[in-house]
Design a protein around this ligand. Structure first.
Ligand code: ACO
Length: 337
């Protein structure tokens, strides 16, 4: 039984990432579609992205397995210490069974822990973190593996320059558990939401129950993701700024208290505009979009992990996760690492 006599705080115990070996640069893209490095870099901040092998070993649960071993090692845990897996992805290995269950088996977890998938696009990892926080605080679980793993390269139309330049593949994970009494680590405030009226801005209607993929879709290439870039851009900046304000207000903290903002990496101009709207210096924003593009649910945990590894984010720092995605889903987490 969990002792709930004192306040239970959630701590990130360990993180891990996996990025596919294949690097696709803007110059490589120039050979596929009518684009150029200067346009892509100036409009998006992206220089290259990673592309998963379709031969095997880099599908979403493969990447998640590799990232999870690193996180388990960082946390000093064994696979069977995990008592819940939350797997965020809109590009699962297969329709059934769910990715979290596949990952449970790959990691050799035999304790039959709860294993659930969430498909809320780019907000997926933040949704997972906030859900995990609730499970930890109520004592329903003690060690939760939260995963954001995506293979978007199979869902973009590589003949459409307006979209294929933006996305990449990758995975980031975090293991969360209870902080020891007296430790500073804590999730101070969470925020989750969605606005279904924005469904036309970013979607992939073909391939579901209403419209299964047919020969015609394949011929006309209408089964891929579709995005209204300009509309998404406007919503994104407003949403990221609002998210941040909500968690700051809920926690009674100010932007000055925040050491690092880890925003969803969709476009450097979205990140810059968000910083401006908030009045935050760009030095506080963790940015790695130049290397990986938009990896949807994986951007926040990858950027977070890299900033821990290179020494920017340290224990005791106040960190803000801030995301938005198709749906339009959105969410933020304010935590002391
Ligand atoms: N290379 C060269 N030219 C291009 C390319 C390209 N890859 N793509 C578009 N162009 C052209 C267009 O055809 C257009 O030409 P025209 O003026 O002759 O018509 C011109 O460049 C400008 O196109 P815009 O679409 O207006 O370019 P914009 O500055 O809006 O940038 C972009 C487009 C990068 C997609 C931007 O709108 C954006 O980043 N939007 C948000 C994306 C986003 O939020 N994604 C996240 C989705 S949610 C999630 O993460 C899951």
């Amino acid at each position: 039984m969990t002792n709930l006599s004192h306040e239970v705080n959630t701590k990130i115990l360990g993180t891990g990432i996996y990025l596919p070996e294949k690097i696709m640069t803007n110059f490589d893209l120039e050979k596929i579609v009518d684009t150029n490095d200067q346009w892509i870099y100036e409009r998006t901040g992206i220089k290259s992205r990673r592309i998963s092998s379709t031969e095997g070993g880099e599908f979403p649960t493969d990447m998640a397995e590799k990232a999870s071993w690193k996180a388990l090692q960082a946390a000093g845990l064994e696979p069977n210490d995990i008592d819940m897996i939350i797997f965020a992805s809109v590009t699962p290995d297969q329709k059934l069974p769910n990715s979290a269950s596949l990952l449970q088996q790959k990691l050799g977890i035999t304790n039959k822990c709860a294993s659930l998938d969430i498909a809320v696009a780019c907000s997926g990892f933040v949704y997972g973190m906030n859900m995990a926080n609730s499970f930890i605080k109520t004592g329903m679980a003690k060690k939760i593996l939260v995963v954001g793993s995506e293979m978007l390269s199979t869902e973009v139309d590589w003949t459409d320059r307006s979209i294929c330049i933006l996305f990449g593949d990758g995975c980031g994970v975090a293991i969360v558990g209870q902080a020891e009494e007296g430790e500073a680590s804590k999730i101070h405030a969470t925020h989750l939401g969605s606005d279904g009226s924005g469904k036309e801005f970013f979607n992939q209607p073909v391939g579901g129950a209403i419209e299964p993929i047919t020969e015609t879709h394949l011929k006309e290439r209408t089964h891929f993701m579709r995005m209204k870039g300009g509309e998404m851009f406007k919503v994104a900046t407003r949403t990221l700024a609002d998210n941040a304000r909500v968690v700051l207000e809920r926690s009674g903290k100010t932007l000055d208290d925040v050491d690092w903002i880890v925003p969803h990496q969709a476009n450097i101009r979205i990140i810059e505009t968000t910083a401006k709207l908030l009045g935050a210096p760009m030095e506080k924003m963790i940015v790695n979009i130049q290397d990986y593009g938009n990896t949807s649910a994986a951007t926040v945990p990858i950027a977070f992990h890299e900033a821990i590894q290179d020494g920017r984010i340290k224990r005791g720092d106040l960190v803000l996760f801030d995301a938005f995605g198709a749906g339009l889903t959105f969410g933020a987490t304010l935590l002391t690492y």
